[in-house]
Ligand binder design. Sequence first.
Ligand code: ATP
Ligand code: MG
Length: 438
Amino acid sequence: MKFSRLFIPTTKEMPHDATLPSHQFLIRGGFIVQEGAGLYNLLPLGKMVQDNIRAIVKEELDNAGCNEVQLSMVTPYKLWEQSERSDAMGKEMLRFKDRHQNDFVLSPTNEEAMVTLVKNRAKSYKDLPINLYQINTKFRDEARPRFGLLRGREFLMKDGYSFHSNTEDMIREFNLMENTYKKIFTRLGLDFRVVQADSGAIGGDGSKEFHVLANSGEDTIVVCENCDYGANIEKIFDNDEEIDALNELSYEELQEKSLEQKCSCGGKLYFKKGIEVGHIFQLGDRYTSALNATFLDENGKTKPFIMATFGIGVSRLIAAVIEQNYDDKGCIWTKTTAPYMVDIIVSNAKKDDELNAGLKIYNELKDAGIKVIIDDRKKERFGFKMGDFELIGFPYAIIVGKKLSDGIVELVERKTGIKKDIEISKITDIVSQVFMVI
Ligand code: ATP
Ligand code: MG
């Protein structure tokens, strides 16, 4: 892709309400544009990052045997009355009437719709298990939409729902999804922890959250220094005031605290801040009983499906990657989330020799299967192009400039800022090797 053909409206202006790095840099780097409170448009670069995340989520879920579907975003309100959670959803669930005065909602989550879809279609224990997922827009009229993509009102979620003939099989799938989620977040290049969680309005017993560790995280989690135990403080403290007080503390302040109790392994328990990017629940028959969704078991007896549900905040992940990977200059995308791996910066694109040398490298890298963009803009100076590279956060830049007459270009790593002179004839090989090992 040529920079000159891509709509990347970077800006120096700081959005007035943006306090977090991901919010500031995603707007300044030309990834997103705010449409209203908690409503964001994705620009080309933002869409590319989201598609990268979405592709990894889909690949790992499909590998684990899940089936992708797509449900209608508008659901009849009566489903929510049948499951008796219309009250619990409160004002977060946006309700409206159509022209015939029928009541509908913009889906905040899809347990009811998914149960209704499977009901009367999977009839026997022989049809089970089933694991259906979608990657679809959700709407929650959050009381305080904030922090850009981290807490929007409209956002992209992967929501999955599995149906089983018994609890053991549901727990097997729950464990499979836990492992699948670990693969997904590892592939995205994130430092994360799995923690025991409170089930909230969705109900059910066993529930685990996946948290990206970040100072700016809204959640406070407890992790063991020794083993892989972790829990959300909502799970381990009953007292809301105690939870609120801990959530108010800044990351520094939290570092000074460790829990009096000791982890069962003997290790010390520490507080950390996390961004919740995934949540998996063992639901049992909470929704299938309420909606009368049953199957025939081995003995011909009618039973409600045993269910589990699995969420990932796909658009929230865009911001979570940046909360974990940024510096004072801008974003630093991980290898798998970056919109492009390499930005070829043609120092002065008005000079034909520089532009042609840049284009030659560009074509070679493209042929080698590397996602590459060339900054061929004629009207921008080198310093401005470098600033855009740092703000946008492509993992690498190749600078074609002063040293071209000696057959040399510079390879810059965004994360470390380290620059290396490379012979132009070797650049494609070297870049290909670098990408093999990172
Ligand atoms: P939170 O406690 O952050 O409000 P939740 O428990 O309400 O999250 P779930 O109902 O489990 O969230 O939704 C599944 C996933 O969707 C969450 O793990 C989170 O990553 C994402 N998510 C939830 N609410 C939002 C939101 N307002 N904006 C962006 N992503 C969200
Ligand atoms: Mg919520």
